[in-house]
Design a protein around this ligand. Structure first.
Ligand code: SF4
Ligand code: SF4
Length: 85
């Protein structure tokens, strides 16, 4: 699968609230197992970066500005990749 988006996670801002897990349409976000950030929380991780659609729902819902989302633009004359999920 070709990624349409890319997510950068600033994991030390994460407080492990889980809101982003619930809104990701392709279910590729999870809380780390047995690992903690500098604030003592299990930080969010992305399990399958290639599946990210770039929808930015995670960035919109996150109260702690953990995510930066980049979207890939379709090349001129080429259709955008089909939606996933
Ligand atoms: S940008 Fe969308 S698809 Fe990608 S991780 Fe965030 S919610 Fe999931
Ligand atoms: S919504 Fe933000 S603070 Fe909450 S688990 Fe997701 S990244 Fe962490």
């Amino acid at each position: 699968m070709t990624a349409k988006g890319m997510v950068i996670i600033d994991e030390n801002r994460c407080k492990g609230c889980g809101l982003c897990l619930a809104v990701c349409p392709v279910h590729i976000l999870k809380l780390a197992d047995g690992r903690f950030n500098t604030r003592g929380y299990r930080p969010v991780e992305i399990t399958d970066p290639e599946a990210c659609t770039g929808c930015a729902m995670c960035a919109i819902i996150c109260p702690d500005v953990v995510f930066t989302v980049y979207r890939r633009r379709a090349r001129r004359g080429q259709p955008a990749p089909p939606p996933t999920g």
